[in-house]
Ligand binder design. Sequence first.
Ligand code: AMP
Length: 435
Amino acid sequence: MSFASLGLRADLLRAVTTQRYAQPTPIQKQAIPVILAGHDVLAGAQTGTGKTAAFVLPLLQLLADKGHPQRQPRALILAPTRELAAQIGERVHAYGIHLSLRSTVIFGGVGIQPQVNQLRRGVDVLIATPGRLLDHAGQRTVDLSRIELLVLDEADRMLDMGFIHDVRRILTLLPKRRQNLLFSATYSEEMRQFSDSVLHQPQLIEVARRNTAAETVIQTAYPVDKARKRELLTYLFQREDWQQVLVFTRTKAGANRLAEHLAQAGIAAAAIHGNKSQAARTRALDEFKRGMVRALVATDIAARGLDIAQLPQVVNFELPNVAEDYVHRIGRTGRAGAGGLALSLVSHDEMVLLKSIQRLLGRQFALKPVVGFEPALTPPPLEADASERRRPQAAKAGAGRGHSHAPPRAATPPPRSGGARRGGGQRSRPTLKPN
Ligand code: AMP
């Protein structure tokens, strides 16, 4: 199937050709005709599926088909983060290059006046984060009364980030009659209620099963002691000669510390998170894309929606607290059909998080330790007092056993030790040839 057969205009097809997209992705095949036909859409699709083009192309066509640009926003695309908004803005520009529509991107963290100037000059497509858009609405520097098309991109993240009230307030500023498109990687009960209240008889489109990771991504977990994670990551960078890896940490401070550590080890690294200025974030992303920075260390929110084409590796330096975030994280790799590797460094205290991820994905991870980085800690025992006796013993046994002496282990664990209960733990001693 070609883009032409989806009913797109010649000037949009020319732009797509410039992007060298050979054929539409599944979400594009499904969504473009439905949006062109004027339906509301509820689409379950994660980043990397080509979802941006799936709504931007038909959106531009619908506006262009109506002729005369009004220079008052007729399409509004809401996104949860500045980076995502900026990336959508780039796409709107690229796909609309042969059209005479104008677009602008509005987000916080940068001066408001240039945005006011842009809005004054007249805009057909507005891409915005909710907070800054409300600032403009409050100052009456934007008029949303002519919006015909609303897109809520990464709506699940908007809810997670607490934007629901902002979004609801924005909805009150829009005309009642409009076309609504909602894109979300996950679908919770809260999302169901929200989408029910926004969408009118939506067409449902789902390309990857909900909460599943892209099929093309190989997922691996290395058990390792928390204190040795940085050392292991540095080692892996050297051993694998990684050139472009997105590394996730749970906290902003953790991202800074890790980036510094990597840089000290001679691996060019940059951190990207909400405390960094917009300019610093854009610069880090740009350097990463150009290969000057090998490790981009990010928190979940900062990394959301980052568009880095065909990222080969994602490393979860720490597992996310929320299992769904794991799916978002590894959605950064294996994009639009390309293969990828998602690697998680899992410390003893994160086993519970790993379990909830496994439950969500409906699959087990092989826990293979890296030689030389075998965790000293055994899995948690049943009773606290028992742990006092067993932990040091097991650690010593593990350290002294070497890599090829599996048999003594069978006799080692007492019947109720955590090691025996834990499926993954049985394989976690390095009798396997690693990696
Ligand atoms: P998205 O899911 O919108 O973030 O897009 C992910 C990546 O896929 C971006 O780098 C797009 O440029 C790329 N992409 C979008 N549509 C296609 C297509 N039909 N063929 C190949 N790559 C595409």
